[in-house]
Ligand binder design. Structure first.
Ligand code: ZN
Length: 279
């Protein structure tokens, strides 16, 4: 199930940006084009960690896809940053239909360094971890959970400024309702997954949690699984250390098995009674 593609083809999203393993490129491009989309390739690859990734811009018109490609030239991940990076990121966000509040929150982190929580604090943190700490609210809305994107479980494809951002929730809800109307079982199982509490470690490892009734102790923890059943070994190692850990009211996770600082953090996407709302 590809929520982004479903949303794009139904007109809920103006365009899609995809990072693709270069070996997979011909297959993915052909698939997207057969669905009727215009697909353009970035002129350079992006570098995500040690991986070279091709970047694809998928739109309904060549002009829109070209505008996206031009906007990201000079700010491709791992390829240096153009002097007008904020303007370029704003244009990318606008062309992809992201809420401006969420784009501006991203630009604040970009200015500070996406790998640090404070301007004068230590760097080297995973971007997902920093984004999660910045967006954290006690009652996080499962529909804007961005932490399971690595296993393709998502309704949105950007970091929300807050886990209860009204604009982000509005976009996500439109996508959820569309999937629910077409594939009710798929929508229900996706929401079941997105509604689980998630722990994120400073290195970006993450784990799905089951909490006790007080939402304060970890009863079970498991690595998120891709559709082929595989999981990231780092996520599995984190899950093993989390059983019995305490979760503070502010999301801080403490256990003897975890490093003292920076802390593992928990986002409770299941704290509000969501199941009833989505079933
Ligand atoms: Zn927002």
């Amino acid at each position: 199930m590809d929520a982004e593609w479903i949303a794009f083809s139904a007109g809920l999203k103006p365009a899609i940006r995809r990072t693709v393993d270069p070996a997979e490129l011909p297959r993915v491009e052909a698939q997207l084009r057969s669905g009727g989309a215009v697909v353009l390739r970035a002129r350079e690859t992006a570098r995500l960690g040690a991986r070279e990734q091709a970047v694809l811009y998928v739109a309904r018109s060549a002009e829109h896809a070209e505008a996206l490609r031009e906007a990201e030239e000079g700010v491709l991940p791992g390829r240096g940053s153009a002097a007008d990076a904020p303007e370029r990121h704003r244009a990318i966000g606008r062309l992809l239909g992201f809420p401006s509040c969420c784009v501006e929150a991203f630009l604040v982190r970009l200015h500070r360094g996406v790998d640090r929580l404070e301007a004068d604090g230590p760097g080297g943190l995973a971007e997902d971890y920093v984004a999660a700490r910045c967006a954290w609210v006690p009652a996080a809305d499962a529909r804007v959970n961005p932490l399971l994107m690595p296993v393709r479980a998502q309704l949105i494809s950007f970091y929300p400024c807050r886990y209860d951002c009204a604009e982000a929730v509005g976009l996500a809800e439109a996508v959820r309702a569309l999937i629910a109307a077409r594939q009710p079982k798929t929508a229900a199982s996706l929401m079941g997954l997105l509604s689980r509490p998630v722990a994120v470690a400073p290195d970006g490892a993450r784990s799905l949690l089951e909490l006790d009734d007080a939402r304060a102790e970890v009863l079970r923890a498991a690595a998120p699984r891709r559709s082929d059943g595989a999981s990231d070994p780092r996520d599995a190692a984190l899950a093993e250390r989390l059983v019995g850990a305490r979760v503070g009211a502010d999301g801080e996770v403490t256990a003897a098995t975890l490093t003292a600082a920076p802390k593992v953090w928990c986002v409770d996407f299941g704290g509000v009674s969501l199941q009833a709302r989505f079933s």
